[in-house]
Design a protein around this ligand. Structure first.
Ligand SMILES: Cc1cc2nc3c(=O)[nH]c(=O)nc-3n(C[C@H](O)[C@H](O)[C@H](O)COP(=O)(O)O)c2cc1C
Length: 182
């Protein structure tokens, strides 16, 4: 956990809850950790490069969070550099809730699960979204062999991240993971 992560998440109400549950003193120690850097290491980069889906939460004008799933071939969310991720967003249900929310507020939470290895990573990012027609230079974010219509290119600029412990994760395996094991 980095100091930046606690700056973004340990709000006054969160600190009140920590106080209420007797966790404030241990939590405050984390705040003093000297890790300010939000650059991914090889550990986060390779973890993300192996994912075939993630969850993203945006927030609307009323303050309601909105959670959606994004999926594609493994590595469809590309690591551009140690502070930037990007993917090609496909045409979907035509409600444009995530896209609309991002027009109002670029703050986004990402959640990555690796059920097979019981690992999970959470990330807070600032998001940029571009109509695909306007940014041919981002075509490299597309997976050519994947049958889906690209509507937007999305860039995530990392603000903070933290790993969760493996507690309460039931191992689940994709067909490919299962085949590799048996
Ligand atoms: C034809 C079609 C219908 C879909 N219907 C739904 C749906 O009813 N509910 C849903 O959550 N996702 C649905 N999806 C998947 C979403 O469209 C997709 O995840 C989309 O990118 C969501 O956009 P959003 O993040 O703005 O909600 C559908 C996709 C397609 C192609």
């Amino acid at each position: 956990m980095s100091r930046k992560y606690t700056e973004l998440t340990f709000t006054p109400a969160v600190k009140e809850a920590q106080e209420h549950y007797g966790a404030r003193s241990s939590a405050s120690k984390v705040e003093s950790w000297d890790i300010e850097d939000q650059k991914m290491s090889e550990i986060e980069s390779s973890f993300i490069a192996g994912r075939d889906n993630f969850y993203m939460a945006t927030v609307n004008e009323e303050g309601w969070p909105y959670l959606q799933h994004r999926g594609g071939p493994p590595g469809f969310l590309k690591v551009i550099d140690c502070q930037t991720l990007g993917f090609a967003d496909y045409r979907g249900n035509r409600q444009y809730i995530s896209a609309g929310n991002l027009r109002h507020d670029d703050r986004t939470a990402l959640f990555f699960m690796d059920y097979a290895h019981r690992r999970r990573l959470k990330m807070m990012v600032r998001t940029e979204s571009f109509d695909a027609a306007d940014r041919p230079d981002l075509e490299g974010l597309k997976d050519e062999d994947y049958a889906a219509r690209v509507e937007r290119y999305v860039l995530f600029h990392i603000a903070a991240f933290d790993w969760n412990c493996p507690q309460h994760i039931t191992p689940r395996f994709t067909q490919a993971e299962w085949n590799a094991m048996t």
